[in-house]
Ligand binder design. Structure first.
Ligand code: FAD
Length: 363
């Protein structure tokens, strides 16, 4: 049948989703090898820190918009039909303030803040919020029902789906991407025929890749036990151009994520306590229901956290090349969109794998 041995390097949302889609083809024998696995919390591992929700920031007409588009239905299907995946539907309020137009957050959110974004037709209930209902300082706003993913449930769920399809998981740290092709890595004991590179921010340092256009965009969050009635996001804050304000309540008792910031080039792994206070104040202001109209001392904090979004200038890299004689398919650099683009990006990566190993023409 022409079996192919594939090693996926990385067990974040990119590596796990790609491994899952690949594993649906019985020709592919897959080992996922990674330094960090679901259950770990580490500054080198972005996926557990994400909110995560589906709130497209990709620009109309781009490949990124196509990846986001292709991800909506799989995530909605999980929310609708597979509660064990930890994904649920939640209303989303997007607020825009004209004065934020030149801030880093507003630039990142430019499509999201539009009253007519490309993704408007994906949602049955997309609407502009009437001016009479806007909070003071908000110039325009939209509402739609999207999904929020409890990453503490969803990442292990992806692992479980892969295991069901015969994928083997192991810990490994590679100095060079081509080291993943060594016979000791794939569970067959044979060299890999192809490597999939899903190393996120580490792609900037990994030998054979060293993509210097990949940089961190630091995100700090506070996870609380308080519940928000919907998701909220706003174009900017009055506390600095790289600070942000968003709220989402995770499925199945996952707590509520209060964010945040988008600090490009900042590698700091420790929460800044002053920023944490600003985050909590902004969130309670935008959503007083969190504390029943009381102050931030009525937030019940579970944990403070910091994650580094793997931002790549020019967008996520989904390409194929031979490195040291081994075919390597890249899928890294999703920035702040790793979940909301996960199925689209992984489908594109699988296409590159399939093109490398065409099935023999039927007689
Ligand atoms: P990672 O999760 O970082 O995984 C990288 C993997 O590669 C790990 O397993 C690591 O161990 C492995 N690895 C790296 N180097 C090596 C090596 N040399 N050898 C072996 N293994 C290696 N996205 C959304 O879509 N929606 C959101 O709401 C959202 N919110 C976010 C909020 C915050 C605060 C942050 C920080 C991010 C958010 N994101 C969100 C972005 C999302 O988290 C990332 O885009 C995504 O997690 C990136 O996944 P990844 O698999 O590419 O990388």
């Amino acid at each position: 049948m022409g079996e192919k041995n594939i090693v996926v390097v990385g067990a974040g949302v990119a590596g796990l989703t790609t491994a899952l889609l690949l594993s649906r083809n019985p020709r592919y024998k897959i080992t996922v090898a990674a330094k960090h696995m679901p259950g770990d919390y580490d500054i080198e591992y972005a996926s557990p820190w994400a909110g995560a929700n589906y709130m497209p920031v990709s620009v109309r007409g781009t490949e990124a918009a196509e990846w986001d588009r292709n991800t909506w239905e799989p995530l909605a299907d999980l929310a609708r039909n597979h509660p064990e995946a930890g994904v649920h539907f939640q209303g989303t309020n997007i607020y825009n303030r004209g004065k934020d137009v030149s801030s880093a957050t507003a630039a990142w959110f430019s499509e999201l803040l539009s009253p007519t974004p490309w993704f408007k037709t994906l949602f049955d209930d997309f609407r502009e919020i009437p001016k009479s209902e806007l909070k003071p300082g908000v110039d325009n706003a939209t509402y739609f029902t999207s999904v929020c993913i409890n990453t503490a449930i969803y990442l292990p769920w992806l692992v479980s789906q892969c295991l069901k399809n015969g994928v083997v998981f192991k810990r490994a740290i590679f100095e060079h991407i081509a080291d993943a092709a060594a016979p000791s890595v794939h569970h067959s004991g044979k060299p890999a025929d192809l490597i999939v590179n899903c190393t996120g921010l580490s792609a900037s340092k990994l030998g054979g890749v060293e993509d210097k256009s990949v940089v961190p965009a630091r995100g700090q969050i506070v996870i609380v036990r308080n519940v928000a009635p919907a998701m909220f996001s706003i174009s900017g804050t009055d506390d600095g151009p790289d600070e942000a304000c968003y709220i989402m309540t995770r499925a199945a008792g996952g707590g509520t994520i209060l964010g945040g910031c988008y600090q490009k080039g900042n590698w700091e792994s420790q929460p800044d306590p002053n920023l944490a206070i600003r985050i909590m104040k902004r969130c309670v202001e935008i959503c007083p229901e969190l504390t029943g109209g009381k102050g931030i001392e009525h937030l019940d904090v579970i944990r403070h956290g910091v994650g580094l979004r793997p931002v790549r200038e020019g967008g996520t890299r989904i390409e194929k090349e031979k490195i040291n004689g081994v075919w390597t398919v890249h899928n890294y650099g999703a920035g702040g969109a790793g979940y909301q683009s996960s199925y689209g990006c992984s489908q594109a990566a699988v296409k590159l794998v399939d093109e490398t190993f065409p099935e023999r023409a039927k007689l």
